[in-house]
Design a protein around this ligand. Sequence first.
Ligand SMILES: Cc1cc2nc3c(=O)[nH]c(=O)nc-3n(C[C@H](O)[C@H](O)[C@H](O)COP(=O)(O)OP(=O)(O)OC[C@H]3O[C@@H](n4cnc5c(N)ncnc54)[C@H](O)[C@@H]3O)c2cc1C
Length: 364
Amino acid sequence: MAKQIVVIGGGIIGLSSAWKLAEAGHSVTVLEKGKCGDGATTASLGALVPYNASREDSLPSKQRHSLWMYPQFVNDLHKLTGIDVGFKQTGRIQLIQNEHQRNKMQQDADIANEKWPFEGAETQKLLNDSELKKLEPEVEGTNFGALHCKATATFEPKRMIAALRSACMKMGVDIREHSPAVQLITQQNHVSQVHTATGLVSADFVALAAGAWSKNILPADHPLQQTGYVAPLKGQALEVATPHQLINHMVRGLGVYLIQVDDKKLLIGGTKEKDAGFDTSTTQKAEDDLLAKAEKLVPAIAECKVVRQWAGLRPYSEQKAPFIGWDSAFANLYHATGHAGIGLCLTPYTCQKVLEDIEHASHH
Ligand SMILES: Cc1cc2nc3c(=O)[nH]c(=O)nc-3n(C[C@H](O)[C@H](O)[C@H](O)COP(=O)(O)OP(=O)(O)OC[C@H]3O[C@@H](n4cnc5c(N)ncnc54)[C@H](O)[C@@H]3O)c2cc1C
Protein backbone atom coordinates (compact mmCIF):
# COMPACT_ATOMS: atom_id res chain seq x y z
CA MET A 1 0.00 0.00 0.00
CA ALA A 2 1.31 3.47 -0.88
CA LYS A 3 2.69 5.31 2.14
CA GLN A 4 3.39 8.93 2.95
CA ILE A 5 7.17 9.20 3.35
CA VAL A 6 9.13 12.27 4.37
CA VAL A 7 12.82 12.29 3.50
CA ILE A 8 14.86 14.86 5.44
CA GLY A 9 17.83 16.01 3.36
CA GLY A 10 18.26 16.51 -0.37
CA GLY A 11 21.83 15.24 -0.77
CA ILE A 12 22.77 12.18 -2.82
CA ILE A 13 21.44 9.81 -0.15
CA GLY A 14 18.10 11.58 0.38
CA LEU A 15 17.37 12.15 -3.32
CA SER A 16 18.33 8.63 -4.42
CA SER A 17 16.16 7.16 -1.64
CA ALA A 18 13.26 9.45 -2.59
CA TRP A 19 13.57 8.42 -6.24
CA LYS A 20 13.48 4.69 -5.40
CA LEU A 21 10.60 5.06 -2.92
CA ALA A 22 8.51 7.10 -5.38
CA GLU A 23 9.26 4.64 -8.17
CA ALA A 24 7.83 1.91 -5.94
CA GLY A 25 4.59 3.90 -5.72
CA HIS A 26 4.94 5.78 -2.43
CA SER A 27 4.05 9.40 -1.92
CA VAL A 28 7.35 11.13 -1.06
CA THR A 29 8.24 14.59 0.19
CA VAL A 30 11.87 15.73 0.39
CA LEU A 31 12.65 18.50 2.85
CA GLU A 32 15.88 20.32 2.09
CA LYS A 33 17.10 23.21 4.22
CA GLY A 34 18.91 24.91 1.33
CA LYS A 35 19.25 23.76 -2.25
CA CYS A 36 19.52 20.07 -3.12
CA GLY A 37 23.12 18.92 -3.17
CA ASP A 38 24.48 21.91 -1.29
CA GLY A 39 25.61 19.79 1.67
CA ALA A 40 28.55 17.43 1.33
CA THR A 41 27.50 16.04 -2.04
CA THR A 42 28.48 18.85 -4.39
CA ALA A 43 31.56 19.57 -2.25
CA SER A 44 32.77 16.05 -2.99
CA LEU A 45 35.16 15.02 -5.73
CA GLY A 46 33.04 12.31 -7.28
CA ALA A 47 35.33 9.37 -6.64
CA LEU A 48 33.89 5.89 -6.21
CA VAL A 49 36.67 4.33 -4.24
CA PRO A 50 37.01 0.63 -3.60
CA TYR A 51 36.65 -1.05 -0.26
CA ASN A 52 39.42 -1.65 2.19
CA ALA A 53 39.99 -5.34 1.50
CA SER A 54 41.51 -6.22 4.87
CA ARG A 55 38.76 -4.69 7.02
CA GLU A 56 36.78 -7.51 8.59
CA ASP A 57 33.30 -6.12 9.25
CA SER A 58 30.53 -6.01 6.64
CA LEU A 59 31.21 -2.48 5.31
CA PRO A 60 33.70 -3.44 2.56
CA SER A 61 31.31 -5.97 1.10
CA LYS A 62 28.48 -3.40 1.08
CA GLN A 63 30.82 -0.91 -0.55
CA ARG A 64 31.92 -3.40 -3.19
CA HIS A 65 28.32 -4.44 -3.82
CA SER A 66 27.38 -0.78 -4.24
CA LEU A 67 30.29 -0.04 -6.57
CA TRP A 68 29.27 -3.01 -8.71
CA MET A 69 25.70 -1.60 -8.86
CA TYR A 70 26.86 1.76 -10.27
CA PRO A 71 26.80 1.12 -14.03
CA GLN A 72 23.16 0.02 -13.80
CA PHE A 73 22.33 2.89 -11.43
CA VAL A 74 23.68 5.59 -13.79
CA ASN A 75 22.11 3.86 -16.82
CA ASP A 76 18.70 3.87 -15.17
CA LEU A 77 19.12 7.54 -14.29
CA HIS A 78 20.18 8.38 -17.83
CA LYS A 79 17.24 6.51 -19.34
CA LEU A 80 14.78 8.29 -17.09
CA THR A 81 16.21 11.82 -17.21
CA GLY A 82 18.48 12.06 -20.27
CA ILE A 83 21.21 13.43 -17.95
CA ASP A 84 24.72 12.02 -18.32
CA VAL A 85 26.47 12.18 -14.93
CA GLY A 86 29.93 11.74 -16.47
CA PHE A 87 30.45 8.24 -15.03
CA LYS A 88 33.91 6.93 -15.97
CA GLN A 89 35.66 3.76 -14.85
CA THR A 90 39.05 5.41 -14.56
CA GLY A 91 40.85 3.03 -12.23
CA ARG A 92 43.10 4.26 -9.46
CA ILE A 93 46.84 4.47 -8.97
CA GLN A 94 47.97 4.52 -5.37
CA LEU A 95 51.60 5.49 -4.83
CA ILE A 96 53.47 3.35 -2.32
CA GLN A 97 55.85 5.14 0.04
CA ASN A 98 57.85 2.36 1.74
CA GLU A 99 58.49 -1.38 2.00
CA HIS A 100 56.01 -1.89 4.84
CA GLN A 101 53.23 -0.24 2.82
CA ARG A 102 54.13 -2.32 -0.22
CA ASN A 103 53.76 -5.56 1.77
CA LYS A 104 50.43 -4.42 3.18
CA MET A 105 49.13 -3.48 -0.27
CA GLN A 106 50.22 -6.82 -1.68
CA GLN A 107 48.20 -8.55 1.04
CA ASP A 108 45.15 -6.34 0.34
CA ALA A 109 45.47 -6.95 -3.38
CA ASP A 110 45.62 -10.73 -2.83
CA ILE A 111 42.46 -10.64 -0.71
CA ALA A 112 40.64 -8.43 -3.21
CA ASN A 113 41.63 -10.51 -6.22
CA GLU A 114 40.65 -13.74 -4.58
CA LYS A 115 37.32 -12.58 -3.19
CA TRP A 116 36.20 -9.91 -5.61
CA PRO A 117 37.44 -10.21 -9.18
CA PHE A 118 36.36 -7.26 -11.31
CA GLU A 119 34.79 -8.08 -14.66
CA GLY A 120 36.40 -11.51 -14.45
CA ALA A 121 39.90 -10.02 -14.15
CA GLU A 122 42.33 -9.12 -11.40
CA THR A 123 40.97 -6.15 -9.46
CA GLN A 124 44.27 -4.95 -8.02
CA LYS A 125 47.82 -5.24 -9.26
CA LEU A 126 51.13 -4.03 -7.86
CA LEU A 127 53.22 -2.08 -10.37
CA ASN A 128 56.94 -1.35 -10.33
CA ASP A 129 58.14 2.17 -11.17
CA SER A 130 58.64 1.50 -14.88
CA GLU A 131 55.15 -0.02 -15.25
CA LEU A 132 53.83 3.03 -13.42
CA LYS A 133 55.65 5.40 -15.82
CA LYS A 134 53.98 3.70 -18.79
CA LEU A 135 50.51 4.21 -17.35
CA GLU A 136 51.13 7.63 -15.84
CA PRO A 137 54.13 9.49 -17.36
CA GLU A 138 53.54 12.65 -15.29
CA VAL A 139 53.43 10.85 -11.93
CA GLU A 140 56.64 10.89 -9.89
CA GLY A 141 57.68 7.35 -8.86
CA THR A 142 58.68 6.56 -5.28
CA ASN A 143 60.98 3.53 -5.88
CA PHE A 144 58.34 1.39 -4.17
CA GLY A 145 55.92 1.29 -7.10
CA ALA A 146 52.14 1.68 -6.96
CA LEU A 147 48.93 -0.24 -6.63
CA HIS A 148 46.70 -0.20 -9.70
CA CYS A 149 43.09 -0.76 -8.77
CA LYS A 150 40.76 -1.17 -11.74
CA ALA A 151 37.52 -1.01 -9.81
CA THR A 152 37.54 2.75 -9.26
CA ALA A 153 35.21 5.13 -11.02
CA THR A 154 34.31 8.82 -10.97
CA PHE A 155 31.35 11.01 -11.85
CA GLU A 156 30.46 14.69 -11.61
CA PRO A 157 28.55 15.35 -8.39
CA LYS A 158 26.66 18.43 -9.67
CA ARG A 159 25.38 16.47 -12.64
CA MET A 160 24.44 13.59 -10.34
CA ILE A 161 22.33 15.91 -8.20
CA ALA A 162 20.67 17.36 -11.33
CA ALA A 163 19.88 13.84 -12.55
CA LEU A 164 18.53 12.64 -9.20
CA ARG A 165 16.47 15.79 -8.80
CA SER A 166 15.01 15.29 -12.26
CA ALA A 167 14.32 11.58 -11.58
CA CYS A 168 12.49 12.55 -8.38
CA MET A 169 10.41 15.16 -10.21
CA LYS A 170 9.49 12.65 -12.92
CA MET A 171 8.34 10.21 -10.23
CA GLY A 172 6.18 12.89 -8.60
CA VAL A 173 8.33 13.55 -5.52
CA ASP A 174 7.41 16.80 -3.79
CA ILE A 175 10.84 18.45 -3.39
CA ARG A 176 10.71 21.36 -0.96
CA GLU A 177 13.92 23.37 -1.01
CA HIS A 178 14.63 26.12 1.53
CA SER A 179 12.35 24.16 3.82
CA PRO A 180 14.32 22.85 6.82
CA ALA A 181 12.90 20.17 9.08
CA VAL A 182 12.86 21.87 12.47
CA GLN A 183 11.50 19.17 14.75
CA LEU A 184 10.07 15.68 14.74
CA ILE A 185 6.57 15.61 16.23
CA THR A 186 6.34 12.33 18.11
CA GLN A 187 3.55 10.33 19.76
CA GLN A 188 4.81 7.57 22.03
CA ASN A 189 7.23 5.59 19.86
CA HIS A 190 6.18 7.09 16.51
CA VAL A 191 7.01 10.18 14.51
CA SER A 192 3.64 11.47 13.32
CA GLN A 193 4.67 14.71 11.64
CA VAL A 194 7.69 16.76 10.73
CA HIS A 195 7.63 20.39 11.71
CA THR A 196 9.17 22.49 8.94
CA ALA A 197 9.76 26.20 8.59
CA THR A 198 6.70 26.28 6.31
CA GLY A 199 4.29 24.11 8.32
CA LEU A 200 3.64 20.53 9.39
CA VAL A 201 4.03 17.50 7.10
CA SER A 202 2.41 14.19 8.05
CA ALA A 203 4.37 11.00 7.67
CA ASP A 204 3.86 7.24 7.85
CA PHE A 205 7.65 6.94 7.67
CA VAL A 206 10.51 9.41 8.01
CA ALA A 207 13.93 8.82 6.45
CA LEU A 208 16.64 10.90 8.08
CA ALA A 209 19.27 11.70 5.43
CA ALA A 210 20.45 15.08 6.67
CA GLY A 211 24.17 14.27 6.45
CA ALA A 212 26.41 16.08 8.93
CA TRP A 213 23.34 17.86 10.38
CA SER A 214 21.39 14.67 11.22
CA LYS A 215 21.95 14.90 14.96
CA ASN A 216 20.27 18.33 15.13
CA ILE A 217 16.98 16.80 14.03
CA LEU A 218 16.79 14.13 16.73
CA PRO A 219 15.15 15.14 20.04
CA ALA A 220 17.62 16.34 22.68
CA ASP A 221 16.91 13.31 24.90
CA HIS A 222 17.25 10.76 22.09
CA PRO A 223 19.63 7.88 23.06
CA LEU A 224 21.80 8.53 19.98
CA GLN A 225 22.62 12.03 21.26
CA GLN A 226 24.87 10.41 23.88
CA THR A 227 26.79 8.32 21.36
CA GLY A 228 29.15 9.03 18.51
CA TYR A 229 26.20 9.48 16.12
CA VAL A 230 26.92 11.82 13.21
CA ALA A 231 29.18 14.87 13.33
CA PRO A 232 30.74 17.08 10.65
CA LEU A 233 34.21 16.22 9.32
CA LYS A 234 35.36 19.25 7.35
CA GLY A 235 37.14 18.70 4.04
CA GLN A 236 38.76 21.34 1.83
CA ALA A 237 39.57 20.76 -1.82
CA LEU A 238 41.03 22.57 -4.83
CA GLU A 239 40.46 22.81 -8.55
CA VAL A 240 43.47 23.64 -10.74
CA ALA A 241 43.57 24.51 -14.44
CA THR A 242 45.78 22.13 -16.42
CA PRO A 243 47.28 22.90 -19.88
CA HIS A 244 46.28 19.40 -21.04
CA GLN A 245 45.35 16.09 -19.43
CA LEU A 246 48.05 15.31 -16.84
CA ILE A 247 46.79 12.00 -15.43
CA ASN A 248 44.73 9.13 -16.84
CA HIS A 249 43.61 7.51 -13.57
CA MET A 250 42.57 8.78 -10.21
CA VAL A 251 45.91 9.16 -8.38
CA ARG A 252 46.28 8.79 -4.64
CA GLY A 253 49.24 9.23 -2.30
CA LEU A 254 50.54 11.25 0.68
CA GLY A 255 46.96 11.46 2.00
CA VAL A 256 45.53 13.32 -1.02
CA TYR A 257 43.90 12.27 -4.26
CA LEU A 258 43.77 13.77 -7.73
CA ILE A 259 41.02 13.49 -10.31
CA GLN A 260 41.31 14.79 -13.87
CA VAL A 261 37.75 15.79 -14.79
CA ASP A 262 38.56 16.90 -18.35
CA ASP A 263 41.60 18.24 -20.29
CA LYS A 264 41.62 21.49 -18.36
CA LYS A 265 40.30 20.63 -14.93
CA LEU A 266 42.00 18.67 -12.15
CA LEU A 267 40.67 18.29 -8.59
CA ILE A 268 42.77 17.85 -5.46
CA GLY A 269 41.20 16.58 -2.25
CA GLY A 270 40.87 16.67 0.62
CA THR A 271 41.75 17.76 4.12
CA LYS A 272 40.22 16.04 7.16
CA GLU A 273 39.57 18.62 9.90
CA LYS A 274 37.83 16.96 12.79
CA ASP A 275 37.47 19.85 15.23
CA ALA A 276 36.18 22.46 12.79
CA GLY A 277 32.49 21.89 13.62
CA PHE A 278 30.14 23.36 11.01
CA ASP A 279 32.68 25.93 9.76
CA THR A 280 33.02 25.87 5.95
CA SER A 281 35.55 28.65 5.47
CA THR A 282 38.67 27.94 3.43
CA THR A 283 42.24 28.54 4.60
CA GLN A 284 45.58 29.35 2.99
CA LYS A 285 47.17 26.58 5.02
CA ALA A 286 44.90 23.94 3.47
CA GLU A 287 45.61 25.29 -0.01
CA ASP A 288 49.37 25.17 0.63
CA ASP A 289 49.25 21.65 2.12
CA LEU A 290 47.11 20.19 -0.65
CA LEU A 291 49.22 21.80 -3.37
CA ALA A 292 52.53 20.73 -1.84
CA LYS A 293 51.39 17.10 -1.70
CA ALA A 294 49.82 17.17 -5.16
CA GLU A 295 53.04 18.64 -6.63
CA LYS A 296 55.06 15.83 -5.08
CA LEU A 297 52.80 13.30 -6.81
CA VAL A 298 52.60 15.17 -10.14
CA PRO A 299 55.32 17.84 -10.43
CA ALA A 300 53.61 19.54 -13.42
CA ILE A 301 50.89 20.74 -11.01
CA ALA A 302 53.40 23.35 -9.77
CA GLU A 303 52.77 25.24 -13.05
CA CYS A 304 48.96 25.11 -12.74
CA LYS A 305 46.76 27.91 -11.44
CA VAL A 306 44.33 27.27 -8.58
CA VAL A 307 40.90 28.35 -9.84
CA ARG A 308 38.71 27.27 -6.94
CA GLN A 309 38.98 26.28 -3.30
CA TRP A 310 36.05 25.11 -1.21
CA ALA A 311 35.07 23.22 1.92
CA GLY A 312 32.33 20.72 2.75
CA LEU A 313 31.17 18.69 5.74
CA ARG A 314 31.33 14.90 5.57
CA PRO A 315 28.78 13.15 7.79
CA TYR A 316 31.24 11.33 10.02
CA SER A 317 30.53 8.88 12.83
CA GLU A 318 32.81 7.53 15.53
CA GLN A 319 31.63 3.99 14.77
CA LYS A 320 33.38 4.41 11.37
CA ALA A 321 30.39 3.04 9.51
CA PRO A 322 27.14 4.66 8.39
CA PHE A 323 23.81 4.45 10.21
CA ILE A 324 21.47 2.65 7.83
CA GLY A 325 18.45 1.15 9.55
CA TRP A 326 15.52 1.67 11.91
CA ASP A 327 15.73 3.94 14.92
CA SER A 328 15.76 2.34 18.37
CA ALA A 329 13.30 4.84 19.91
CA PHE A 330 10.85 5.63 17.08
CA ALA A 331 9.54 2.67 15.10
CA ASN A 332 8.86 4.55 11.83
CA LEU A 333 12.08 6.59 11.76
CA TYR A 334 14.79 5.31 9.41
CA HIS A 335 18.43 6.47 9.46
CA ALA A 336 20.31 6.82 6.18
CA THR A 337 23.24 8.92 7.28
CA GLY A 338 26.83 8.95 8.52
CA HIS A 339 28.41 7.92 5.20
CA ALA A 340 31.57 9.97 5.91
CA GLY A 341 34.01 9.93 2.97
CA ILE A 342 32.39 7.11 0.97
CA GLY A 343 28.79 8.30 0.61
CA LEU A 344 28.85 8.51 -3.16
CA CYS A 345 30.14 5.00 -3.43
CA LEU A 346 27.54 3.63 -1.00
CA THR A 347 24.57 5.37 -2.64
CA PRO A 348 23.15 2.51 -4.77
CA TYR A 349 23.41 0.14 -1.80
CA THR A 350 21.91 2.60 0.71
CA CYS A 351 18.92 3.70 -1.36
CA GLN A 352 18.10 0.08 -2.20
CA LYS A 353 18.25 -0.82 1.51
CA VAL A 354 16.04 2.16 2.45
CA LEU A 355 13.51 1.00 -0.13
CA GLU A 356 13.57 -2.66 0.93
CA ASP A 357 13.27 -1.94 4.64
CA ILE A 358 10.45 0.61 4.25
CA GLU A 359 8.59 -1.65 1.79
CA HIS A 360 8.92 -4.52 4.22
CA ALA A 361 7.62 -2.41 7.11
CA SER A 362 4.75 -0.99 5.09
CA HIS A 363 3.41 -4.47 4.42
CA HIS A 364 2.96 -5.11 8.15
C1 LIG B 1 35.93 17.66 0.16
C2 LIG B 1 35.10 16.40 0.13
C3 LIG B 1 35.39 15.42 -0.82
C4 LIG B 1 34.65 14.24 -0.84
N1 LIG B 1 34.91 13.34 -1.83
C5 LIG B 1 34.21 12.19 -1.88
C6 LIG B 1 34.44 11.27 -2.90
O1 LIG B 1 35.27 11.50 -3.79
N2 LIG B 1 33.73 10.09 -2.89
C7 LIG B 1 32.78 9.83 -1.95
O2 LIG B 1 32.17 8.74 -1.98
N3 LIG B 1 32.50 10.72 -0.98
C8 LIG B 1 33.20 11.88 -0.93
N4 LIG B 1 32.92 12.78 0.05
C9 LIG B 1 31.88 12.45 1.03
C10 LIG B 1 30.50 12.64 0.41
O3 LIG B 1 30.38 13.98 0.01
C11 LIG B 1 29.41 12.28 1.43
O4 LIG B 1 29.62 10.99 1.96
C12 LIG B 1 28.02 12.29 0.77
O5 LIG B 1 27.84 13.44 -0.01
C13 LIG B 1 26.95 12.23 1.85
O6 LIG B 1 25.70 12.44 1.24
P1 LIG B 1 24.44 12.80 2.12
O7 LIG B 1 23.29 12.90 1.19
O8 LIG B 1 24.35 11.86 3.26
O9 LIG B 1 24.82 14.21 2.78
P2 LIG B 1 24.71 15.69 2.20
O10 LIG B 1 25.10 15.77 0.78
O11 LIG B 1 25.39 16.57 3.17
O12 LIG B 1 23.15 15.94 2.25
C14 LIG B 1 22.47 16.21 3.44
C15 LIG B 1 21.46 17.30 3.11
O13 LIG B 1 20.61 17.50 4.24
C16 LIG B 1 20.28 18.87 4.29
N5 LIG B 1 19.81 19.21 5.64
C17 LIG B 1 20.55 19.35 6.76
N6 LIG B 1 19.75 19.66 7.80
C18 LIG B 1 18.48 19.71 7.32
C19 LIG B 1 17.22 19.99 7.89
N7 LIG B 1 17.07 20.28 9.20
N8 LIG B 1 16.12 19.95 7.10
C20 LIG B 1 16.23 19.66 5.78
N9 LIG B 1 17.41 19.41 5.17
C21 LIG B 1 18.52 19.41 5.94
C22 LIG B 1 21.58 19.55 3.90
O14 LIG B 1 21.36 20.89 3.46
C23 LIG B 1 22.12 18.64 2.82
O15 LIG B 1 21.76 19.06 1.52
C24 LIG B 1 33.61 14.01 0.10
C25 LIG B 1 33.31 15.00 1.03
C26 LIG B 1 34.03 16.18 1.05
C27 LIG B 1 33.66 17.24 2.05
